[in-house]
Structure formats: C-alpha cells, structure tokens
Design a protein around this ligand. Structure first.
Ligand SMILES: Nc1ncnc2c1ncn2[C@@H]1O[C@H](COP(=O)(O)OP(=O)(O)O)[C@@H](O)[C@H]1O
Ligand SMILES: O=P(O)(O)O[C@H]1O[C@H](CO)[C@@H](O[C@H]2O[C@H](CO)[C@@H](O)[C@H](O)[C@H]2O)[C@H](O)[C@H]1O
Length: 479
C-alpha cells in the first residue's frame, strides 16, 4: 500500500484533498467545526482483507487536517469502499470518483454505510489475518454471527457505530490519536473483570505505526472496537426526556406523583456508577495525591475558563464566581484520583433488561489523548451526570408546545423540580452517605468546569442550546 503523494497543501495533483474537504467539514464527527482548515495529506493505512468477486475493495485512509489558526494537526479515519461501477443504493454516501493508486479509477463511498464493505470487517474479526498492516485482535468467549447484516447508527455521534444484526456493535473511531485508546483499554479491563455495567469487548483493530514527516512513530493507531450489542438497551437520555414529558403533560402534579418518575432509575444509575468506579479503582492505578495535585486540577480548570472566555464571551459576567469555585478546589489538602469515565452524561448510559450500562470511555472529545488518560477525581463523572440531569428538563422546556409561552412559568418550575429530585436520587445512591465538605467542594468545582466546557461545546455545535449551560453557570454565582 502506498501513501497518496500529498505532502504539501498546495500540491494536490489528483484533487483528492480538495474533494474530501467538504465531506470532512460537514461530518458530525469532525472536531474542528468553525475553524478554517485544509486537508494536509491522505495516507493509506491498509486494505481490509476479505475482498470477494463483485464486492468492493475496502481500505482505510487517514487524513491529516491542518488548521489555518496554527493549532495542532488532527488525524481522521476514512473507511472507504471502492467500486468500479456507481452504486445507486449508496448514493447518499458517495465521496467522489477518482483514480486510486491501488484500485484504479473507482467510485468511492463512505464504507460504514455499505453492508458489503462492513462484511469484510466482520470476516476479518472472525478470522484475523496473520499479517498485514491492519491487526485485528479478539477476546475469547464469543462466536461472531457472520450472517449478521450491518446497520449504521444514525444520530449525533463523535464516531461511527455499526451494528451487526443484534450480535455485535463496531465503533469506528474517527478522530485518531496515536497511542492506546482508553475506550478499548478500559472496556478490556472491565470485560476481563466481569463488570455488569459495560458491554463486553469482543475485539479491536489497530495498525502498528505511521510515519509523520518521515519520522517513524512507535505508537499504535487504534482504529475500531467490536463489542457486545446490547439488544434490550434504551438510551438513558431518551428515558429521561420521556419522564420529563410525562411531568409536563400533567401540569398540576409533582414529579413524584406522575407516571414515568425517573428517581428510581436515577438512583440505580448512581449505584451502577459507584460500582464501576470501584472496579476501575481496583484495576487501574489510584492514589491519594497531596495539595499540589488539587492545585494542578484547579489550574487546569482556570486555563480552560480562560480559553472558553475567548469562544463564549457571555461567560465573562460569571468568571469571578467560577474562579472562586476552582480556587476552593485548589485550596484542598489533597485529592484522590483514579481511572474514570471522563465524559459522562445520560447519552453515555443505556438501560437494559439487566440494568444500567455505561458506554464510551474515550473521555472528552476536546481533550488531547495525554489529558484524557490522566487519572482524575471520580467526582468529575458525578458532576457530568448531575449536569445531564439538569439538561434533560431544560431541553424539553425548549421544545414543548412549539415555543408557546402559555404555561411556560409552570414548566420552568416543574423543570427545576425534576432536576433537583433526580440529581438528589442519583447523588444519594452514588455516595451512600452525606458528602464531606471536601467532596462538596470538589463536586462544585467539577460542575462549574463541566458547565464551562458545555458552553463552548454548545457555542460550536448547537448555538440555540447555549443558554442551558449558561443558566447553570449563572446559578453557580447565585448559590
Ligand atoms: N454495546 C452497545 N449496544 C447497543 N447500542 C450501543 C452500544 N454501545 C453504544 N450504543 C449506542 O451507540 C451510541 C453511540 O455510542 P458511543 O460509544 O457513545 O459513540 P460515540 O463515541 O460516537 O459518541 C450510544 O448513544 C448508544 O445509544
Ligand atoms: O457523546 P460525546 O462524547 O460526543 O459528548 C459530547 O456531546 C454531548 C452531546 O451529544 C455533550 O453533552 C451535552 O449535551 C447532552 C444532551 O445532548 C447533555 O446530556 C450533557 O449533559 C451535555 O454535556 C457532551 O458534553 C460532549 O462532550
């Protein structure tokens, strides 16, 4: 396999980088939204084995995204299906027609949409090739159903998830950072530990190394992971929204009087998180760190606020209150850290017939890999869930009754009631006791930090929702 000759942004003889630019720019998984960029290079990582007559050639390319603001380059994975003839059924996933160095002139499609292409992936996981640039790894204990057809998950996601029938789910990582991906390593540890609160890991795909500017790198690129498909799962976010809608439909009743009350589920979720944290604490390094570590955590929050102020100047009015919350954390005598989830919210939880499962251990998409794998306080995860339990009613409020004002005050009241009831149920079940003063301080700082992160996230991705985290930031000062 060869690199495409694309070492310099102005040298694009095949026009490939120009052709891929709009596809990358518009993809949900592209993390550089709002920043001007060029495709700085396109590299062939390897062909996925398993090509059959009449089927596509399937390959994985890695594009380098170079930002005009001078920020660090980012790498994104493009799984591609190459067909000699156009495929009408894949018209929605057509990237273009070009002369490929390995496969000749082809119609090229985003492979995650294509059952034929995904079948190559599944066959490779079932019978991992002995050599080649793409290494398919398997954990023992599950026979894959090779007859299962693939379906791409729709929805707002950072990566591309493909279900194989009801047997397995493959997550194709889009933004690729050299080094071990925590989603894989944490799932592997929790699977081997027999955790009840994650989908079992079945395997993963990685490629040994790439070269950047001619220099070899000794870190793997982890490209995809295959796991148990949770057949009976309902998204925790959808469940919470349904519960809020029930409450709004019965305007005269309190949250505990309405069908669909979420407090029991919130409590079970708190227990599931506490158990997951305990398992992670046993299997990854965990330690009590001295005062300097608390200061370092606070410093990181201060830095994040300073960067956020440039993106979302509306935060300025609350900056002193936020800094106060971080300073209180920085003044603690110490802090206990361990492996955590790192980006926990209701959309990362699934309610199955066998209880709550937690998904997506990649950490916050905006952080570097080096930052994401650092041990952190478990209160960061707790804060993430508390923020999410605040988001759910506010989102329903915004969409209820097509924005009509009638009953808006009553809904705002019920919204706050729902959030308080479920935050309390979750927190009480998580901790199993009253929080210490230090824990309250930690939690308050993490809630503030998360709301700042969300303000930036919404500004960039869903500007009409930015008021939700901003209102939370305003409440920090008022409390
Ligand atoms: N093992 C699973 N079985 C069924 N559905 C799953 C499983 N894991 C994740 N999902 C669903 O796929 C969605 C995306 O998964 P997630 O890991 O959060 O991807 P991303 O990194 O793209 O955000 C989740 O919201 C969830 O609904
Ligand atoms: O799931 P991702 O890892 O892509 O997480 C990112 O996107 C989330 C939104 O999809 C975002 O979560 C925020 O919105 C949620 C409602 O959609 C809400 O439940 C969360 O509390 C809120 O933070 C997440 O922050 C971001 O990292």
């Amino acid at each position: 396999m060869t690199d495409h000759p694309t070492d310099h942004p102005t040298d694009d003889p095949s026009g490939l980088r120009e052709l891929l630019h709009p596809f990358v720019a518009e993809a949900r998984w592209f993390g550089g939204k709002g920043r001007a960029f060029a495709i700085g290079g396109v590299r062939r990582l390897g062909e996925v084995p398993g090509h059959v007559a009449d089927g596509p050639h399937v390959a994985i390319d890695l594009v380098t995204v170079t930002f005009e603001d001078g920020g660090e380059d980012e790498y994104y994975q493009l799984p591609l299906a190459f067909y000699a003839e156009p495929q009408d059924r894949l018209a929605h996933a057509h990237l273009g027609q070009w002369g490929d160095e390995d496969f000749g002139t082809c119609h090229v499609y985003d492979a995650v949409h294509d059952r034929e292409a995904m079948a190559c992936w599944l066959r490779s996981f079932a019978n991992p090739p002995a050599d080649g640039p793409l290494a398919f790894h398997r954990l023992p204990g599950h026979d894959l159903d090779l007859d299962a057809h693939s379906t791409l998950f729709s929805g707002e996601q950072s990566n591309s998830s493909v279900a194989f029938g009801e047997d397995a789910l493959m997550k194709v990582f889009r933004k690729i950072t050299p080094g071990a991906n925590p989603d894989i390593s944490i799932h592997e540890v929790l699977t081997r530990a027999g955790s009840d609160h994650v989908a079992a890991l079945y395997g993963w795909l990685e490629t040994p190394s790439i070269t950047t500017e001619g220099e070899p790198q000794d870190r793997v690129l982890q490209l995809a992971m295959l796991q148990q498909f949770l057949r009976t799962a309902t998204d925790g976010w959808d469940l919470a929204l349904a519960s809020v809608r029930n409450l709004f439909a019965e305007a005269d009743l309190h949250a505990d009087e309405v069908g669909g009350d979420f407090a029991g589920e919130a409590a079970r979720l708190g227990e599931a998180l506490a158990e997951t944290h305990r398992t992670l604490e046993q299997h990854f390094p965990a330690e009590d760190r001295p005062a300097e570590a608390a200061r370092a955590l606070a410093d990181a929050m201060h830095r994040r606020l300073e960067a956020a102020l440039a993106v979302a100047p509306e935060l300025t009015a609350y900056a002193d209150d936020l800094r106060g919350a971080y300073d209180a954390l920085g003044a603690l005598d110490g802090v206990r850290v361990q492996q955590i989830h790192g980006d926990l919210h209701l959309g990362q939880t699934l309610r199955t017939a066998r209880g709550w499962k937690i998904v997506d251990f990649e950490g916050e998409p905006a952080k570097t890999l080096a930052e994401r794998v650092l041990p952190d306080s478990p209160w960061r995860d707790v804060a993430g869930m508390l923020r999410s339990l605040d988001y759910a009613p506010r989102v329903v409020e915004r969409t209820w009754g097509d924005g009509l004002d009638e009953g808006a005050d009553q809904r705002a009241y019920r919204s706050a009631e729902w959030a308080a009831r479920n935050r309390n149920a979750f927190l009480t079940a998580y901790a199993g006791r009253d929080l210490t003063a230090d824990e309250e301080t930690l939690l308050a700082a993490y809630v503030a930090d998360k709301a700042v992160y969300e303000t930036v996230y919404e500004t960039r991705n869903r500007p009409t929702w930015v008021a939700i985290p901003l209102e939370a930031v305003a409440r920090i000062g008022a409390s």
